[in-house]
Design a protein around this ligand. Structure first.
Ligand code: MTE
Ligand code: HPA
Ligand code: MOS
Length: 761
């Protein structure tokens, strides 16, 4: 099945927040952000701005009728700054005008006086100052201290990982429409309609039921709209409340890049101990997360870093520490992988450093330590249907790893300035929200008398193919043609208390809720049919391809006949379904439990050629064996693997967030922040699915696919490093990502030494 939006997207007909016809009198908003990373607000002068053409009003923190608070996990974030600002771009005021140009012009007339205070941008400095969000966490497994004594080799090191800008095509936006009796409807580009509903309600001092949030689709979210879409909806709602008029807020790209949080940069220390045979005996890691100025989702992101710190390996003794460090950058947030990639990058770096010291190939250590069936993760869960070894073996065989090694070695012998490198990258990613209560979903299904079906869930279509998956699931659960199914917008009046569409679990959760709703309707239809047709057991009835069978024999009734008869007999043709992932638990006191419904595994092989005189590189091939369970929809899943991989490759190499010491974001446009394009993608990309028996709790045995393939991209760093070492085995190569062409060049030729860091200052 094709993505159901493919044709309309291609023709530009799909509707996003600001594509539906504008309501009469729609007003527009410009947001004034703080010019400094940290300071005391002395005064805000708005008189001149208010005189500008078309300006209706200016909204400040003092105008907020409810609570000026948007922090979802920890209440530490104002919607509009009050006395102090904590990062560059933090919203201070909004201008509401008849059109956007007028709002923008007036915004520049607002005078804000701020007394600058010292800003911290480095997570280790923040940690040393005691600027910590929540409490640091430590996962302990086995006994690291004792284990060091048994190790033949102990290696220590440090990693510094950059963050990542989401670059969703559709920037943050929302439209707020005042309704009667003080209610409000929002059309929002958010992964979390309920977070918008409850936060807008809090800002306006209203009960949740007064706020309706409707989400048709997103032009990409990637985690950047899990929590960080909320503020823009709140600002639009606040303006609509103050003016009594519909209001639209659309962030221009530049503002979006400056004002919104990104993937968390991390700085980490590792210590790894191995036997002479390359068995990892102990691993000790400390993660300093650069959380930015407010908690946002940082504590949950850090938790996933801890969960994934040993990637796809079994290590008998581990100590995994992490702290959220508060800095004066925009609050960092969810991004595909949700902290997992940072944990895995450090693990892979530790293995690389150990391999280099043992003078063996990295993959020797990797392979020797892969998770096996029933191995225990540091958080106490047992690996069930572990496929680390299986995907590894299949990748090694179907993509001829020995041949690749040979070819790379040959090439490097015969070439001077160009060197090849390769890497094997196994992944293991846990599926479920790590926040236990979020693992629930509701669905509302209606069958109309013509046999057409409407499905509402709390799931958001953000390009990932959610609506296509739900169409498929509903059609399959009913036994009808998928053209009869329409998936509706996610709307808070149809499905209450929805979790964000995130954690790769949207289809798992909402798909299962849909199946539960459909099953209830089908059950009612069957009860009716046995009595109308005078049959004995309703369990013997089944619907297939729109025909009703009894014990395998066609009853002569089709779907339409069944539905119409049900209607005339006053049978309820609507149902609400609910799903809560069974069997998951976690004890935060002990840091042990069974947090994930299941794990997704896979192995990638990556090959690059590095031009060692220019620092540039080309990805020759990426070959992946990915564990999908029983795919719902292979074409969609393939798209997800490719997209996630592209973002993972970009995170490791091209995408560089540059902040100056005073917290100003310098790579703040798509001219200076480089995302991978189609030419950057591997020349040769092969994706094989490991189609295994079910076992996963996803609908019909499918496994979640949204985030796990991101982590294949990590292999690129080590493939490039491999090539760099072939050119200069003595080069001092730090584990700093992204490994941009500039860094490749300067690390290989430090004597050419324009120090990029100094030049920046
Ligand atoms: N794919 C597209 N096209 N657009 C997106 O915004 N978000 C990713 C992934 N794939 C995203 C995407 C992220 S961060 C997550 S968590 C999952 O999709 C969310 O959707 P799912 O739960 O249906 O996989
Ligand atoms: N992933 C995404 N979002 C989340 C998670 C998670 O694991 N936990 C809480 N919010
Ligand atoms: Mo995805 S980072 O869980 O939105």
């Amino acid at each position: 099945m094709k993505h159901i939006d493919a044709a309309a997207h291609t023709r530009g007909e799909s509707q996003y927040v600001d594509d539906s016809p504008q309501p009469l009198g729609l007003l527009h908003v410009a947001v004034l952000g703080s010019p400094l990373a940290h300071g005391k607000i002395l005064s805000i002068e708005i008189e001149d701005a208010l005189q500008c053409d078309g300006v209706i009003t200016i909204v400040l923190a003092g105008d907020i009728p409810g609570e000026n608070q948007i922090g979802a996990i920890i209440p530490d974030e104002h919607l509009l700054a009050e006395k102090e600002v904590f990062y560059v771009g933090e919203p201070v005021a909004i201008v509401v005008a008849e059109n956007f140009a007028q709002a923008l012009q007036a915004k520049n007339k607002i005078q804000v006086q701020i007394e600058e205070l010292s800003a911290v941008t480095d997570p280790r400095a923040a940690f040393a100052n005691g600027q910590i969000i929540g409490t640091p966490r430590t996962f302990v497994f086995g006994d690291v201290e004792n284990a060091w004594k048994q190790c033949d080799l102990i290696v220590e090191g440090r990693c510094d990982m950059g963050g990542q800008e989401h670059v969703y095509l559709e920037t943050q936006r929302a439209r707020a429409v005042p309704l009667e009796n003080g209610a409000m409807r929002l059309y929002a580009s958010t992964q979390s309609p309920y977070a918008v509903q409850r936060t807008v309600a809090g800002i306006l001092g209203l009960p949740h039921h007064k706020i309706e949030v409707d989400v048709k689709r997103l032009g990409g979210g990637f985690g950047g709209k899990e929590d960080q879409a909320t503020a823009w909806s709140c600002l639009a709602a606040l303006a609509a409340w103050k003016t009594g008029k519909p209001v639209e807020l659309v962030l221009p790209r530049h503002e979006d890049m400056v004002m919104t949080g990104k993937r968390h940069p991390y700085s980490s220390d590792f210590k790894i101990g191995l036997s002479a045979q390359g068995k990892i005996l102990a691993y000790d890691v400390k993660h300093y997360q650069n959380s930015g100025a407010a908690a946002d989702l940082s504590t949950a992101v850090l938790e996933r870093t801890l969960f994934h710190s040993t990637n796809a390996y079994f290590i008998p003794n581990t100590r995994i520490f992490g702290a959220c460090c508060r800095t004066n950058l925009p609050p960092n947030t969810a991004f595909r992988g949700f902290g997992g990639p940072q944990g895995m990058f450090v693990m892979e770096s530790a293995i690389a450093k150990a391999a280099e010291q043992l003078n063996i190939q990295r993959e020797e250590i990797q392979r020797r330590n892969l998770l096996c069936e029933n191995d225990i993760f540091p958080y106490g869960q047992h690996a069930h249907e572990a496929r680390a070894e299986k995907t590894w073996a299949e990748a090694e065989n179907s993509f001829a790893l020995p041949g690749l090694k040979e070819r790379v070695a040959q090439f490097n012998q015969n070439n001077f300035e160009k060197k090849k490198g390769y890497a094997v990258m196994p992944i293991c990613f846990g599926i479920s929200f790590t926040t236990h209560f979020l693992n629930q979903a509701g669905a509302l299904v209606h069958v109309y008398t013509d046999g057409s079906v409407s499905v509402s869930t709390g799931g958001v279509e953000m390009g990932q193919g959610f609506s296509t998956n739900i169409t498929r699931i509903a059609a399959k659960a009913f036994g009808i043609n998928q053209v009869r199914v329409k998936v509706e917008s996610a709307n808070t009046t149809r499905v209450a208390n929805m979790s964000p569409s995130a954690a790769s679990a949207t289809t798992d959760l909402n798909g299962n809720a849909t199946i539960n709703a459909v099953t209830e309707i089908v059950d009612r239809l069957k009860s009716l049919a046995v009595s109308e047709l005078g049959l004995g057991q309703k369990e013997k009835l089944s619907l297939k391809k729109e025909r009703l069978f009894y014990a395998g024999k066609d009853t002569g009734w089709d779907w339409k006949k069944l539905v119409q008869t049900a209607y005339l007999n006053r049978v309820d043709l609507s149902a609400h379904g609910f799903y809560a992932t069974p069997g998951i638990c976690f004890d935060k006191q002990k840091e042990k439990g069974h947090p994930f419904a299941y794990h997704v595994y896979g192995t990638a092989l990556l090959e690059v050629t590095v031009d060692c005189l220019r620092g540039t590189y080309n990805i020759d091939s990426t070959k992946i064996v990915h564990d999908l369970g029983r795919p719902l929809n292979e074409l969609i899943d393939r798209g997800q693997v490719e997209g996630a991989l592209a973002q993972g490759l970009g995170w490791m190499t091209l995408e560089e967030l540059i902040f100056d010491k005073r917290g100003h974001f310098l790579s703040n446009s798509l001219a200076t922040y480089k995302v991978p394009d189609v030419f950057f993608m591997p020349d040769d990309l092969e994706i094989n699915f490991l189609q295994t028996a079910p076992g996963a709790s996803g609908p019909y045995g499918a496994k979640a696919v949204g985030e796990p393939p991101f982590m294949y991209g990590i292999g690129l760093f080590f493939a490039i490093r491999h090539a760099m070492r072939a050119f200069n085995p003595k080069a001092d190569l730090p584990f700093n990502s992204p490994l941009t062409p500039e860094k490749v060049l300067l690390q290989l030729h430090p004597q050419w030494g324009i120090d990029a860091e100094n030049r920046r200052r």
